[in-house]
Ligand binder design. Sequence first.
Ligand code: PLP
Length: 449
Amino acid sequence: MSEKKSYLKPTIVRHSVGVTNKFGRPPITVPQDRIEGLTIGELTNLHGSPLYVLSVEQLRNQYRDMDRAFKTRYPRTQIAYSYKTNYLKSVCSILHQEGAWAEVVSGFEYDIARDLKIPGEKIIFNGPYKSHEDLIRAFNNDSMINVDNYDEIQVCEDISVELGRKLSIGVRINMDLNNPPWHKFGFNVEAGHAFDAVKRIQAGGKLEVVGLHIHTGTYVDDVNIYSMAAQGLVNFYTYIKNQLGVTLKYWDIGGGYASHNTLNWAWQSSEYTCPTFDQYAEAICPILMNGPFQGNEAPQLFLEPGRALVDEPFTLITTVVAQKRLPGGKRGIVVDAGMNVLSSVQWYNYSFQTAQDSGLTTEETVLYGGLCMNIDVLRPSISLPPVRRGDHLVIPHVGAYNISQSWQFIYLRPAIIAIDKGNIHVIREKENREYVQQGEYVPDEFSIS
Ligand SMILES: Cc1ncc(COP(=O)(O)O)c(C=O)c1O
C-alpha cells in the first residue's frame, strides 16, 4: 500500500521560473547532498538530526593556509588557537597536531589544554578575570599571562611574593581603532593608561613586562584596522623601550579574522568582503618588521585566530519538521535545530541549502528554529525551494562559537561527527537526559510519596 501524502493547503505563488529579467536569471539552488563524499541521508540515518559535521581536511587546510601566509612574511609567527571559539577536544587536538599553541581565557580552558598534553609554555592565558589559583598554576607552568587591569597586576605581584621570584608578564593594551572601540579589555594607549601601567609594573620590581597583547575585535574584515594596530604596537614598543628600557619577547596581535559568513547587516556577501590570510598578513607583518629591533631580535609574533580557523570546516544538518502559511501569505518552515545550537544567527545571515533536488522555483520564506519560543527565528526572510517534512537543510560554516555557546534547552544537544579521509568519527555523542540532570537532587521533602 502506498504511503498517504500529508495535506498542504493550496496557495497561489507568483513564479518567475527561469525568466531572465533586468537582474539576470533567478538564482538556481544547487542542492548540497553530500559532505566529504558521504550523503546527508547516510549521515543522519547513522547519527540523527540535527547533526554537526566536521571536515578534518578543511580544518587542517585553514590552519596551514594561515600559518604559511604569516610565516613567509614574519618567520617568528606562532598561531595560538583561541579555545573559546570551539573547545571540542578533537578540534583543539587536530590544531595542536598542526602546530598550534593554545590561547585560553579561563582555568577551565587551561585544563582542557593541559589535558591534551600541551606544555604550559605553549599556553597563552588572557581574559579580564583569572582567579588567583589559576594564575599561580599558569605561572608555575611558565605560561604567557597577559594582564588586563590593575587589580590583576596586584594579584600577580602578590603571587610573585608567594613564589619568591620575579614573574614575566604581558600587558593587554587597547587602541581607538574601531567604532565603537573595544575599551573593555586592557589599558588604553591614547589615554596614556597603557604607558602608566607598564611604568607602574616595572617600578614595582616584582613583575617584568616581556609581552604586549592587543585583540582589536571580532570578525574584523577591514585589514586597515590590523595595519593600524600593528603600527600602534610598533610605536608603543618603541616608546616603552626608550623610556623604560623594556625589551619584548613577544607581541600578540590577537584574533578577529573574518570567516566566509555574511553578517546580518552587511551590504555585500562575505564572498566579496572576507580578506584572505595573505591580505591580513600583508597588512600586519611588514609594519611589525619595522619595530625597534634588528631582524634576529624580532619578538615572537602570536596570532589568536578563532572563527577564521573553525567556522568553515563545520556544517550543521537540519531536518524540516513542519511548514505553514502565515497570515500575510508567506511560507513558514520549521526545522529541528534552534538558536540554542546556532546562537550566531544573531550575527550571521547563514546560508541554508537544500540537500535534495527541489527544482527551480523558490519562495520567500520565514525559517523558524524548532524551539517553542517566538524569538527562535533562523532567517526572517530567505528564498527557498519547495521542501517537505523530512527533507534536509544544510547550513555551512557553523564551527565558531555555536558549539561552545550552545545551550541545552528543551531539546538535547546533537551529536558531533568528524569526517576524515572518508571515515566517520563521533567526536561528541548526542546528549542524554542522565547527563543533563546529573548533579540534580529531589530532597525527600519535595518527593511525591
Ligand atoms: C583575546 C582574544 N583572542 C582571540 C579571540 C578570537 O577571536 P576570533 O574568533 O574573532 O578570531 C578572542 C575573541 O573575542 C579574544 O577575546
